[in-house]
Design a protein around this ligand. Sequence first.
Ligand SMILES: Cc1ncc(COP(=O)(O)O)c(C=O)c1O
Length: 392
Amino acid sequence: MANFDEIIDRKNSYSLKHDFARERGKPEGLIPLWVADMDFRAPDAVVDALTAASKAGIFGYTVPKPDYYEVVRGWFSERYDYVFRDEHVITTPGIVYALAMSVRAFTEEGDAVLIQRPVYHPFSEVIDDNRRKLVNSPLVQEPDGKFRMDFTDFERKVREENVKLFILCSPHNPVGRVWTRAELEQIGDICVKYGVVVVTDEIHCDFTYPGYKHTSFTTVKESFEDIAITCTAPSKTFNFAGLQISNIIIKNQQLRRKFRKELDKSGYSQPALMGIVACKAAYEYGGPWLEELRAYLKGNLDFLRAFLKERIPQIKMTEPEGTYLVWLDFRTVASSVEDADDLITNRAGLWLSEGSSYGPEGIGFQRINMACPRSVLRQALEQLAVAVADRG
Ligand SMILES: Cc1ncc(COP(=O)(O)O)c(C=O)c1O
């Protein structure tokens, strides 16, 4: 049994989450609940495989063999009915890297790339930094609190802006939606109709709450296979983002060739040994650990929901269907971005992700990463409750 209650001291481990407050303009001593990695140890099977590879003591160039692909394919076919062949898989040192490569491979400077804000901020960065035109079709929050896609706006923008590429976040960070098959079908049909390439970032696919099931975009319709770049990674699921391994699945040969050419141009060839070792061990043996983790995260979510309802009802929680990130509405407790920062950083002693970093649509919101021991989450929420109460 994994012990997710264990508090592991991550200080002085080069942890972005724990060791870089000063560099990021924050005071020391905050409880860090921001960047999306977890304060849990990876499964024993992963640690053991890495230890064995490390003990061997030789860390030469690495190329995955068929047994690696078999394990990757097994994970996706068993869980998501997503079937592909070895040659469809291209490793990259992370998904953001694959997003940037896709932008470069499938569009020219000045071309329009569509995203749905508020969304994970590197989506905007890879568009802007590569001098493409960012087109936003914002998600709409309905009265029931749920965020939905605006299909009419989406199609109009695709048509009018001559959109070439769409970056889909599925499940969605930060609003926590697990898109339904029907939603994916509707959006995919529009993309097929207008010849838009879809980069579907499915890094959070393994985190869904009871009652919700991730649907991989290309499994919705055969025609979607010809327009899709599916970005997957074991790194969120098993907590080894620092090992830099992701598996990009491209069924269409022409798209795959273009993508690979772009990787060649960037000088990337072989993946890092430890990433391959960890990925294989995780997908081969990590299933039971993941089930325990999902149950623990569900417990954290229940705790968070109940705490807010009872102690800080002014802060409204967007009920997530997936991911361990929760989108909180602070608009009734803070009047501006600066005010929210003062409340959260200076008074509550927390480090959350500021909503406006996901686009202007995120102003007034904060994202909390609740993948931490429950006692840490409880402490953080107690501090927040006191800070809010002190303001009267
Ligand atoms: C939607 C999404 N994509 C990609 C990433 C990061 O992927 P990588 O570390 O593989 O670049 C994250 C991390 O939070 C994410 O939320």
